[in-house]
Design a protein around this ligand. Sequence first.
Ligand SMILES: Cc1ncc(COP(=O)(O)O)c(C=O)c1O
Length: 376
Amino acid sequence: MRVLRSGQYILGAEVQGFEASVARMIGVRHAIGVSSGTDAILLALMTLGIGAGDEVICPSFTFFATAGCVARVGAKPVFVDSCPVCFNLDIVDVARKVTTKTKAIIPVHLFGQAAEMDGLMRLAAEHKLAVIEDAAQSLGARYKERFVGGIGTFGTFSFFPSKNLGGFGDSGMLVTNDDALADKARIFRTHGSQPKYYHKYVGGNFRIDPLQAALLSVKLPHCQSYSLRRSANAGYYTEQLRGIPGVAIGGDSECCCQVQAARINARASKIDAGLILPSALQHNEHIWNQYTLRVIGQGRREKLRAFLTAKEIGTEIYYPVPMHAQECFAHLGVASSSLPWATRLAQEVLSIPVYPELANEQKEYVCASIREFFQA
Ligand SMILES: Cc1ncc(COP(=O)(O)O)c(C=O)c1O
C-alpha cells in the first residue's frame, strides 16, 4: 500500500532501499535492481562491451539464460563440461577452452552451491578475463566464507518465485565492487541514457519495479532462515536415504571435479549404485535451492519420476537438455562426446521437494517412497 500510494512506480527510494540491503547482506559495494536474473546477465555482458567476435565460456549443464544472454549480445558461448559431484563447471575444461577471443567466463553456482572460484579467478586473472557469476540460484551461498556474487567482476541473482528469495513475479539483481562498471550498468539499465533522452549507449529497460523491491524487502530479513530450513531438509534426506542399499553419496572434501568424481563413480559402481545423493563440499555453504539426485541406469530416472508422480510427489528435471544439444545452438557443432558429464547429468538428474515449508510428514513420505522404489 505504501508503494501504491506513493505514486512512484519506477525506481526511487523503495528500489534504492532494497539494493542497499542486498549489497549489505552479501558485502558488495553496488547492487543494481533489475527486471530478472536473465536481464542481470545480459546487462553485465552489455556493460562489459562483449559482442560479435568474442567468446564467453559457460557450462553446458545450466539454465538456458546463462548461454542465451551470451548469444543475444552476438558473442559465442563456448561450453564446458560439469563436475558430477557439485554439478558446477569443470575448471580443467575451462582452462582448455580459453582462446585469444575469450572475454569472460560465466560460472554458474548451480542448485545453491558455489563453483570452484579460487582456480577460476586465478585463470581469469592470468588471461585478463571478466568473471560474471551466475548466482541466480545462490543468494546467500558462500565459498570459503565469501558470499557468491561478490567474488567475480559481476554477480547476478534472480528472484524468480522458486528461488530462495522468491519474488511475486520476475526480478533480479546485478552486483559488483567496481564503481565505474556499476555507474555504466545503471546507465545501460535505462536505455543507455544519461541524462534522460541523451543516449550514450544502446541499453534497454532492465529496471526492477518498486512494488517488487518493496515486497522483496519484507522477505529479505528472512532469507537466511529460509535457506537454513532448506538445508535442514537436505540433511534429513541425506540421513534417511543414504542407508538404502544401492544409494551412494557424493563427496564432500576439498577438491571437486576430476579426482573426486573418479573416486565417487568408482565407489558407486562398486556397489552398483542406483542413486547418488548430492553433497555440500566442505568449503561451501550450500543454500539448497535444489536437492538433486542422480538416478543411475537407463530409463530408471523416468521410472522413479513416474513412481513419485503417482504418489503425488512433485519432482523436476533441471535440466533435461544440456545447452550444447539445444536446437538453437546446433550451428555451433558441439559433439556430446566432448562434454560427457553435461550429457550424462541431463539424463540422470531429478530434483525432489526441498522448499522451507516442507512438513516432517511430507519429508518422511518422500523418503519412504524412494525407499519403496529402490527396494521393490
Ligand atoms: C542458473 C540460472 N541462471 C539464470 C536464471 C534466470 O533468472 P530469471 O528467471 O530471473 O530470468 C535462472 C533462473 O531461473 C537460473 O536458474
